[in-house]
Design a binder for this molecule. Sequence first.
Ligand code: MG
Length: 340
Amino acid sequence: MKKRMKFLLQYRRYRLPFRAAVRTAHGVWAEREGLMVRLEDEKGAVGFGEAAPIPWFGTETVDEAEAVLRELGSEVSEEQMAAVPEKVGCLKHALAVARAEFQVREANNKTEHLGVAALLPAGRAALGLVAGKAELGFRMFKWKVGVADAGDELAMLDDLCAALPDGAKLRLDANGAWDRRTAERWLARCTERPVEFVEQPCFGTRGADDVLRGLAEDFPTPLALDESLVGEQDIERWLGAGWRGVFVVKHVLLADPPAALARLAAAKATVVFSSALETALGARTALRAAFAWPGERRALGFGVWPLFQDARFDGPATGPFLYAQDVERINPEALWNALS
Ligand code: MG
């Protein structure tokens, strides 16, 4: 009988304060909690993965992921990892990514750099930052909306558009904060303005899927799904519904990223790879996937660094482009060791 391959499994839990709290329509986010996992095979080869849940998106909590890890114990087989339930999808992701590290990696494809969207803070503070970021070379800007009064924010939109350099575009992210009427006001205003897409105008209310589909039909500005996509079952649902807007892919939220990305690629979906404010360990895998993406290249939603008070957990400093060589320089083992 073939001997079952066993892996040593270790994990470390982290709680990392952000340099500055992140304000979204969900509230204020001050620190990142998650887990890093480490697998070691019988020959001593190691692989790392990160579980970075966002419970208010509908993922598991870190406690739930940790409970499953405790149950798994310090030695696991492939079968045990495969049997980890879907409801802890972020943990499944971490284990799958760590496991994939053992396979020989094909040479990176030829793309050497990808554009990055500059992240602007909510409210009027965004206005003061556009010129500086434009000077650095950014041409895509992401503005968080749905945080203050919609009328006040709408009044700022034209000021913000006027401040953009020639040829630049704006992404708006409402984090699901608007009702249908508010979304309609915004989308009417976005027409003929340099808005690449409006991300998650509505979410969480009854019939929100229908509202999103209706808005996508009624207005020319594309819509992007983010909160609507917690895992592969949501991607499958929206592909099945013929969604022609943008899929914001937070790689760390996918239990089986290669399978989900293959589905999106086969459907010729428009994908924007985006940070879930994970550490550089999880971001490394996400960015590798972005560099390998066969479809249209949209600016990355990774304009987040420096992010952590402890800069060891940050990815490469954010500029208008992200380079494949900088992604390859991220050292998972060093990040793991930084948690000890
Ligand atoms: Mg978003």
